[in-house]
Ligand binder design. Structure first.
Ligand SMILES: *[C@@H]1O[C@H](CO)[C@@H](O)[C@H](O)[C@H]1NC(C)=O
Ligand SMILES: *[C@@H]1O[C@H](CO)[C@@H](O)[C@H](O)[C@H]1NC(C)=O
Ligand SMILES: *[C@@H]1O[C@H](CO)[C@@H](O)[C@H](O)[C@H]1NC(C)=O
Ligand SMILES: *[C@@H]1O[C@H](CO)[C@@H](O)[C@H](O)[C@H]1NC(C)=O
Ligand SMILES: *[C@@H]1O[C@H](CO)[C@@H](O)[C@H](O)[C@H]1NC(C)=O
Length: 497
């Protein structure tokens, strides 16, 4: 069902092009569609040639010349839309692009007397279609929000022309292809939200070398190791969940101690021992590695997670003793270490003794407790402790280029993949997941501080606080604060606007 829309849509594109060429002479309207269609079919990566000339009739007068490019872009986009159930783009007609639904203008950064297209917000419009490369003509754009639509195809290479882009949210669509490298050449980009699409393949090293403040990669089809460059990131939130990542957590993770607030690795195929460097993350509030293949004992250094509220390590093959230092961490609210092979826990870790926090120790190898694994299951793992000092994962790795692990680094037991529960299936578009809503009301500029993010990964069925839709009478000053997905105070607004 999910693919049908896209196939049908592409079919229409080809059909209309061919019929225009080979049967009747094209009408003016049809003729004006051919060029963009060809552009789409010829330049598969969505690049926009420098000498691009629109075939639209541009004998119209624009409020100012800087709205001409956006006009071409938005008309090409409208043509690339196959279904628009709420008629969102119905008023995308004529030269006054600032009045189009979902299009927001603001005084240009370099000339306050000129209004330019500074933001696009089509969140939750349920539109199906694709992104034409002409979107690269929206060169004054600071914000591009299209979450919860049905856009398919790729993110065109021409997005690298959007030099002022600050927030890119394409979450919960049907985008495909490798990680969209074009976003890596946008220097101003801070918020990158690709979650709930079908991006696949490897993560480029450069993702963690950009100044992104939030990186959402969850619920795609990424399949690679996590680049050793991870530690170079200045992001406050990074979410890897629900992909097919393999290999270790790079020990460079400790380098993010002054900025990292949440990191979520859940539902992947990560292996090895946990690097002690995790314990250096003194500002972390969420550390989630649930449902992976981690082995070995918990590093003592984990007690350094002084501000951690949510510690989720359930459903791995972890062993050893859960120490008091961990269970008595001062900010801890939720600590699940169930479905592992722990064979001892400090008194402070017993669920009944800690009414103030939620601890789950079930399905381990804890002696004299109920809800534990059988002796037989436990013996197989507990009797063969993993020596993490011999694990490449837990040691500082100097190799920048993590390749799939050699067998030596693999945990003692051979894996039995059939016993693992696979990552949850991608959400149905009918029940859209977390990504969210429209911009919040404008707020005064805030001091520059790393954003205090919220839980970024919710199951699709979870309620998520949605901002009220923009009513036509609202005066919207753009761009709004970034981080509208965050429940806590938003990070800084786009400098300049
Ligand atoms: C442009 O439009 C104006 C008025 O709408 C018309 O007089 C003029 O001939 C047009 N020019 C071209 C080149 O089509
Ligand atoms: C969209 O427009 C069409 C045709 O004008 C109309 O039939 C339909 O009810 C409109 N849909 C919505 C959600 O307004
Ligand atoms: C991070 O933690 C360090 C030490 O705990 C502290 O000095 C610093 O201010 C914190 N940074 C932020 C952004 O919270
Ligand atoms: C985890 O434990 C299970 C059950 O003993 C075992 O089959 C599997 O191979 C182990 N996986 C790893 C990565 O150690
Ligand atoms: C990811 O892993 C799941 C579960 O093993 C598998 O079904 C799926 O095909 C994998 N995805 C990719 C892109 O390889």
């Amino acid at each position: 069902m999910r693919a049908t829309g896209c196939f049908f849509f592409l079919f229409l594109i080809f059909f209309s092009s061919f019929s225009s060429y080979f049967s009747l002479p094209p009408s003016n309207a049809e003729a004006s569609f051919i060029a963009p269609r060809q552009l789409f079919t010829l330049l598969r990566d969505g690049d926009l040639p420098d000498n691009y000339v629109s075939t639209l009739n541009l004998n119209i007068s624009f409020p100012n010349p800087r709205l001409k490019g956006p006009y071409i872009a938005l008309q090409a986009w409208k043509e690339a839309i196959y279904s628009d159930p709420f008629n969102t783009t119905k008023n995308w007609v004529g030269p006054d692009v600032c009045s189009y639904n979902g299009v927001f203008c603001a005084p240009a950064l370099d000339d306050p007397n000129v209004n330019v297209v500074a933001g696009i917000d089509l969140n939750n419009a349920d539109i199906s279609g694709h992104f034409p490369s002409e979107l690269g003509l929206l060169t004054d754009l600071a914000l591009f929000h299209v979450n919860s639509n049905r856009f398919c195809g790729i993110l065109p290479k021409s997005f690298s022309n959007l030099k002022l882009l600050f927030e890119l949210d394409v979450s919960n669509n049907r985008l495909v292809g490798p990680f969209p490298e074009c976003v890596l050449s946008i220097c101003s980009l801070r918020y990158l939200d690709l979650r709930y699409n079908n991006f696949e393949g490897e993560l480029p090293d450069k993702v963690f070398e950009k100044d992104f403040d939030a990186i959402f990669l969850n619920n795609n089809r990424f399949m690679s190791t996590i680049p050793e460059t991870l530690g170079s990131s200045k992001a406050s939130v990074i979410v890897f969940a629900n992909n097919n990542f393999t290999g270790c957590i790079p020990s460079s993770i400790g380098k993010m101690s002054s900025t990292l607030n949440e990191i979520v690795f859940s539902n992947n195929f990560l292996t090895g021992c946990l690097p002690p460097e995790i314990g250096m993350l003194a500002n972390l509030t969420v550390f989630d590695i649930e449902n992976n293949l981690f082995t070995g004992p918990l590093p003592k250094a984990l007690a350094g997670l002084e501000t951690v509220e949510e510690l989720a390590i359930a459903r791995n093959n972890l062993t050893g003793f859960v120490v008091e230092e961990l269970c008595s961490l001062i900010s801890l609210k939720n600590f699940s270490f169930s479905h592992n092979y722990f064979n001892g826990e400090a008194e402070a870790c017993e669920p009944r003794k800690r009414g103030d926090i939620d601890i789950d120790d079930s399905n381990n190898c804890l002696p004299d407790k109920t809800n534990q694994k059988s002796d037989k299951q436990c013996k197989a793992v507990v009797s063969r402790p993993v020596d993490c000092s011999k694990s490449k994962c837990a040691k500082s790795s100097s190799s920048p280029n993590l390749k799939p692990q050699t067998p030596r680094e693999q945990p003692i037991e051979p894996e039995s993949p059939e016993k693992r529960s696979p990552p949850p299936p991608p959400p149905l578009v009918e029940s859209p997941p977390p990504p969210l809503s429209s911009p919040p009301p404008p707020s005064p500029p805030l001091v520059q501080s790393p954003s205090p993010p919220s839980r970024s990964l919710q199951p699709p069925s979870d309620p998520y606080p949605a901002a009220p839709p923009i009513s036509e009478n609202d005066v919207v000053i753009l761009p709004p604060t970034i981080g509208f997905q965050y429940a806590s105070p938003p990070p800084p607004i786009f400098p300049g606007y």
